[in-house]
Design a protein around this ligand. Structure first.
Ligand SMILES: Cc1ncc(COP(=O)(O)O)c(C=O)c1O
Length: 382
């Protein structure tokens, strides 16, 4: 009998939770108006639902509702923050300036910055330490007179490491530099006090937190200018034109509410299982190399290199058993730029596994995965 591979890829996406789907249900059929059509009851009802949801999210995040811009996901939020803010600054100063990021960022940060390079901005891509974490000293070393933006993610999507964002935010603030952070993987998995940390721009994605796909959020500091990337209506304070997808907004806010409310319980559950997974794998295959710091890492992530095997064979043998990956879903299967930045060779990067677990993962799933991976590795090492 053919069995479905076990899900070990919850960092690429998560299933929509029952409660989220229930919250969204009336907004497909009953409250189906256009929230921008304020001249009729249908539109007003939809608009009221958005206002209630936005206010709820603002209260949950302890951030003014004026600062919340709904987008189609974290990719758009990252593009809007980076391109929109950089272009607004260039207009203000009459010239492009200097931006800093790290080489292990998601492509939705790296690629907009490469686009800005083509537009005349200088971009520094810092390489983190071998544990995947950036130091404040290395950041300070590359500041220059015209540095106006730093972008460093909360948590890495491949190796799960947590960057020192509070310290980076303070450093940027003391120099009047804007700080953007991609929180797509961190939000809902680790506590983040956006207000206390003082992040100017933060990006979040709905489908990473058991919400729907196609919705995300950009948190914006009102004092930071943003030039829109698309033009049309005056939605989202004129920063992001386009009719809001009401059911997705409702679902996103419900997912965020649940993620925040149950964060401690989920954190402990995931970390215990993840630690058992790592322990089990080490008992069976003692020479695995962990990628990134094990201590400063998301509770749901493991990423390691298997020596002495060919990556394509490893992944092919595992495919019927486990849904996992060697890196980001957005990398199109090319060797991970994150692992290469950590000093791994192409061959090592390909022979690496990112295992990410979720709320539905059980201890029995962990035991099966340990057995499946060790059997495949023994067979391939033959
Ligand atoms: C760190 C990070 N940033 C951004 C994204 C893109 O998010 P979305 O799929 O919502 O556009 C992802 C998704 O893989 C991610 O992991």
């Amino acid at each position: 009998m053919k069995t479905t591979p076990l899900a070990f890829d919850y960092q690429s996406t998560t299933p929509c939770s029952e409660e989220v789907m229930k919250a969204m249900a009336p907004y497909w059929t009953e409250v189906w108006g256009n929230p921008s059509s304020k001249q009729n009851r249908l539109g007003l009802n939809a608009s009221a639902a958005i206002t209630v949801a936005r206010d709820k999210l603002a209260a949950l995040l302890d951030i003014s509702s004026q600062r919340l811009i709904f987008t189609s996901g974290a990719t758009e939020a990252n593009n809007l923050a980076l391109l929109g803010h950089a272009r607004a600054k260039a207009l203000e100063y009459g010239r492009p300036g200097h931006l800093i990021t790290i080489s292990t960022e998601h492509n939705s940060v790296i690629q907009p910055l490469r686009q800005l390079e083509k537009e005349g901005f200088r971009v520094t891509e810092l390489t983190p330490n071998s544990d995947g974490i950036i130091t404040l000293d290395s950041l300070m070393n590359v500041f220059s007179e015209d540095t106006f933006l730093v972008s460093v993610m909360v948590a890495n999507n491949e190796i799960g490491v947590l960057q020192p964002i509070s310290e980076i935010a303070s450093l940027c603030k003391s120099r009047g530099i804007t700080f953007h952070s991609d929180a797509a993987q961190g939000f809902g998995n680790v506590p983040i006090d956006f207000k206390k940390i003082g992040i100017d721009f933060a990006s979040i994605s709905g489908h990473k937190i058991y919400g729907p796909k196609g919705i995300g959020l950009l948190i914006v500091n009102e004092t930071c200018d943003v030039m829109p990337l698309q033009w049309g209506g005056n939605q989202e304070n004129g920063i992001r034109a386009g009719t809001l997808p009401v059911p997705l907004v409702i679902g996103f806010v419900k997912a965020a509410e649940l993620a925040i409310e149950h964060l401690d319980v989920h954190y402990k559950y995931l970390k215990d299982l993840r630690d058992q997974l790592w322990q089990g794998l080490n008992n069976e295959i003692p020479d695995l190399t962990i990628n990134g710091s094990l201590e400063r890492r998301l509770p749901n992530n493991l990423n390691f290199t298997v020596g002495g095997v060919i990556g394509s064979r490893l992944h092919k043998q595992l495919r019927p058993l486990l849904s996992c990956s060697s890196g980001s879903a957005c990398s199109n299967g090319s060797p991970s730029h994150v692992l290469i930045s950590l000093g791994r060779t192409t061959q090592q990067a390909e022979a690496s596994l990112r295992l990410s677990i979720g709320r539905s993962t059980t201890l029995s799933n962990i035991e099966i995965a340990v057995q499946a991976i060790s059997n495949v590795v023994v067979k391939l090492r033959g």
